[in-house]
Design a protein around this ligand. Sequence first.
Ligand SMILES: Cc1cc2nc3c(=O)[nH]c(=O)nc-3n(C[C@H](O)[C@H](O)[C@H](O)COP(=O)(O)OP(=O)(O)OC[C@H]3O[C@@H](n4cnc5c(N)ncnc54)[C@H](O)[C@@H]3O)c2cc1C
Length: 414
Amino acid sequence: MHVVVLGAGIAGVTSAYSLALRGYEVTVIDRANAVAAGASHANGGQLSYSFTDALARPSFLPGIPGLLLGRDPATRVRLLTRPWLPGWGLRFLRQCTHKQARNNTIAVLELAMRSAHRMAMISEQTGVSFAHKKDGKLVLLPEGADLEASRQTISLKKRHGCTTELLSMADAIALEPAIEAMAGRYAAALYSAQDETGDARVFAEGLAGWLQRNKGMNLRLGETVNGLLRDGARIVGVQTSKGEMTADAVVVCLGARSPDILRDVGISVPVYPVRGYSLSVPRGSAAPRISITDLKRRILFSPLADRMRVSGFADFVGFSDRDDAARIALLRKMASETAPLAALYDHPQSSPWAGSRPMTPDGRPITGASDLAGLFLNCGHGMLGWTLAAATADDLAEVMAQSVNSCKPPAKSN
Ligand SMILES: Cc1cc2nc3c(=O)[nH]c(=O)nc-3n(C[C@H](O)[C@H](O)[C@H](O)COP(=O)(O)OP(=O)(O)OC[C@H]3O[C@@H](n4cnc5c(N)ncnc54)[C@H](O)[C@@H]3O)c2cc1C
């Protein structure tokens, strides 16, 4: 059985892996000339298995007027650019209840826990190296943070097999001395020993190469997918910039571009591009060994090989790249003020980058069968695609094995 996977980002390549392992003949198509050229290219590098807290939660609501007025430097909102934000935004607001936030956090946590196991298996089987470190993650909570709420989240997560600890700043500094050189004023830190870091692009490239060598995967780069080929209620292939390709099944892993292709066959998925930025720079004299997230500034620091990956911000500006240079300059400034000795921010070898997270309103990926026979989805991984990809790929392959010839209801609805 021939399966065509659309998109060679982290979701597409891990999907190809899970499908190939089950014996499918797999072709992966991407318009870029390299694997992981989209959101997976230079993301934050955190395999954040423990920190799956939903962005849509009640505490997000009081900050909305400030966001709309441009008062939060870590977020920009442009309501009227394409794709159209208000519809998605209303769905997001409906998720901002205690109940929904809790359900979404736990659903993603369960996915993340499985993803950790799957990643360990993939690493062991393929031997792909990707600057992988298992040193944990620290989240620095600002002064005034609700520590009781943090304690409640810790005990909730513990019931789902995830261990995080609330540390005093003295204990956090004992664990990661580089924090002492940071400028922020923090109340406490959350620590998870289970969390890891790694370079998603290097992993995707390595895994794609392994699949080509060991599973005969056909990787077609520099080929744009223009549409899906339909025969009644069945998808039978794809139309690309190089012609038609027939397939027994097609999997859409086009990240934030997934809605474009699906719209043409009458399927609507609530995936919105949330822009973020990163800088990869040589390490400084007080570079953290453990990955650190500064929660207030929404900036994270991940040691990746000999570099520091600094990333952050969440801009609701559609696919517009108009402000990328200014936003990266602000990220550089805020990071250097926050952790002046963590990295050589102005080094000529710094690599700036911008990408669009494929966000769903509830923060859950969309994985499974579609309304159309032969068409499967694995998209909408949002802020945690690197973390969740191994599990969603496995889920996709499982669903396909069970239902490839049947018409299923949509994988999810929001
Ligand atoms: C600044 C930033 C920091 C992040 N940090 C983290 C982190 O620390 N941890 C974490 O878990 N996640 C993080 N993420 C999120 C994570 O990077 C994404 O969720 C993930 O990369 C999405 O992967 P994907 O394969 O779905 O999409 P993508 O990587 O975007 O892949 C989609 C692919 O589809 C291709 N494509 C699109 N349209 C077409 C077409 N018409 N024809 C052919 N090909 C097409 C693109 O070229 C692309 O390669 C971060 C994201 C950003 C932006």
